[in-house]
Design a binder for this molecule. Structure first.
Ligand SMILES: C[S@@+](CC[C@H](N)C(=O)[O-])C[C@H]1O[C@@H](n2cnc3c(N)ncnc32)[C@H](O)[C@@H]1O
Length: 501
């Protein structure tokens, strides 16, 4: 369970409140409204239920409501925690309410999830969690619902988190299903991650349970905010001056211990960005690896599916430093616009240095035909399920389905084949996903190798070490690199390096 941050704010001392039962309170007191942070958290939960993304809707809400500092942190933990752990909390709520959660109004259920997270996942004192949740329910769900919420919350507060987890999972016989329930993951994801840990050689079938437990638990822990200092555009010193700390993992990476990254000037104007360090390392590795033949003498780089432009931002700055032309391609017009904006600072420098930097709006599957052999290095950061970044996207695990893996399979293979076609002899293709799922990673590359003999796999591990500038633990037996949150502290990025003959 994640750490909470606070108890009560703007409230009378606990002694005064706990001395009286709620039914003894004056009506005016009973009608008290909840605080802005909890209200914003509830609003964000409802927006997410309507299809929004927590990492987009919540920051906007907090800005609009002028909620900042500790209150913003509290609201964020509430929304992220209650969303991630909603699978587990729904089991708890069902027992406490004496009815399946499907029989509870969806608005009321979100209120209960927020309250349950305060009780079981944060350090909010029980009486504050119950009182504030009832106040929230009265405000947003109505007086009738508030009575029900009060009863359920009181029942939830009777046990601690460990006791509840034990109670709601003790009847599940299958160990992976039980672990999935304990860590609030859909069973299909727990099974796919288990297969990935074994299939990538990170764990053996005999000892996979410990790794799987650590991996699933890492999905429930807030990810640190990682920044990239785009070379030639800013420096780690500038980020340090703005409060970031050098990370030690990526040579261009830093961690922001607190505060809004958007408040940092270098981030605001695109010289730095928020970027997972696994993503940084794979871009640096692709740029460092040795191209051969024509590709080595006539460099031109391509990011085949670049939107919204995180990796393109780093690739472009490296390309400009080496005076190498760079193209970022993206199929979605909106996301191609985002790439254009992401590259704003790089575009200025590219113009000054007279280096070609282009954003192309089009289908990457066509590029191999449109520009056969036209590039020395091609990055395919393929559309994927994102199962390696669940800690950053709290709602993602509940939105994805096993069918998504199959639905993306054809596109991933076509993009990789097109990338190989677009690569010059001796050139390199980097195939990356932010998912460790075997069907999106190794099996995509294996299918390519079965179908063509003009490409070979290069061991990516030495280039990661070269890129990092220090040894990296847990890179496995190669030739692919699979990073893990519980091992490397990064998203579970997969990277395959291929050389065209
Ligand atoms: C995983 S994201 C890329 C993330 C990006 N590299 C970054 O670091 O910000 C995959 C991107 O591929 C794009 N995409 C999907 N199908 C595509 C296609 N046929 N051709 C080009 N891009 C495509 C998606 O719109 C999405 O922006």
């Amino acid at each position: 369970m994640s750490d909470g941050r606070r108890g009560e704010r703007q409230r009378p001392p606990a002694r005064e409140r706990s001395a009286r039962h709620r039914s003894d309170q004056r009506p005016s007191e009973r009608a008290r409204r909840t605080d802005p942070a909890r209200l914003a958290a509830y609003t964000a939960m409802r927006d997410v239920a309507d299809g929004g993304y927590a990492n987009l809707v919540l920051p906007k809400l907090l800005r609009d409501k002028k909620i900042s500092g500790r209150d913003a942190g509290f609201a964020t933990e509430l929304v992220y925690g209650a969303t991630r752990l909603s699978g587990l909390y729904d089991r708890v709520i069902a027992v406490a309410a004496g009815r399946p959660v499907e029989k509870i109004d969806a608005n009321v259920l979100d209120t209960l999830r927020l309250g349950t997270h305060q009780l079981l996942g944060m350090r909010v004192p029980s009486h504050a969690a119950v009182d504030e949740t009832v106040a929230l329910a009265r405000q947003v769900n109505g007086a009738g619902a508030a009575g029900f919420v009060n009863a359920v919350m009181r029942r939830v507060s009777e046990r601690d988190a460990d006791a509840w987890v034990e109670l709601v999972t003790e009847g599940i016989a299958d160990p992976v299903e039980r672990l999935a329930a304990r860590t609030s993951h859909p069973v299909w994801i727990a099974k796919a991650l288990r297969a990935a840990l074994i299939g990538h050689g990170t764990a053996s079938a005999d000892d996979v349970e410990a790794s799987l437990t650590a991996l699933l638990e890492s999905d429930n822990a807030p990810a640190k905010v990682s920044l990239v200092a785009r070379p030639g555009l800013t420096t780690l010193d500038e980020l340090e001056d703005a409060g970031a700390e050098r990370s030690g993992l990526s040579p261009v990476g830093a961690t922001l211990p607190e505060g809004d990254p958007g408040a940092i000037a270098a981030v605001r104007d695109g010289r730095a960005a928020v970027q997972d360090e696994g993503s940084q390392l794979l871009v640096l590795a692709l740029a460092a690896a040795d191209a051969q033949g024509q590709a080595a003498t006539d460099e031109r780089w391509l990011d085949l599916c670049a939107g919204p432009g995180g990796k393109a931002g780093l690739l472009a700055s490296l390309a400009i430093e080496r005076r190498i032309p760079f193209v970022a391609n993206e199929i979605s017009e909106h996301r191609a616009d985002l790439v254009w904006q992401t590259l704003a600072a790089a575009r200025v420098v590219a113009r000054e240095e007279d280096v070609s930097l282009k954003v192309r709006h089009g289908d990457g599957r066509d590029l191999g035909e449109v520009e056969p052999g036209g590039f020395s290095r091609v990055l395919v950061d393929a559309p994927c399920t994102g199962l390696g970044a669940l800690r950053r996207r709290p709602e993602a695990r509940w939105r994805r389905s096993a069918g998504d893996v199959a639905a993306l399979a054809g596109l991933q293979r076509e993009l990789l084949a097109s990338a190989v076609d677009a690569t010059a002899s001796g050139g390199l293709v980097g195939y990356a996903t932010c998912s460790p799922h075997l069907n999106e990673t190794r099996f995509v590359v294996a299918d390519l190798l079965k179908q063509r003999d003009d490409v070979e796999v290069v061991d990516a591990r030495p280039w990661f070490v070269d890129a990092a500038g220090h040894e990296l633990e847990g890179l496995g037996d190669g030739p692919y690199v699979q990073l893990w949150p519980h091992v490397h502290g990064t998203d579970a990025m997969f990277f395959a390096l291929l050389r065209k003959h």
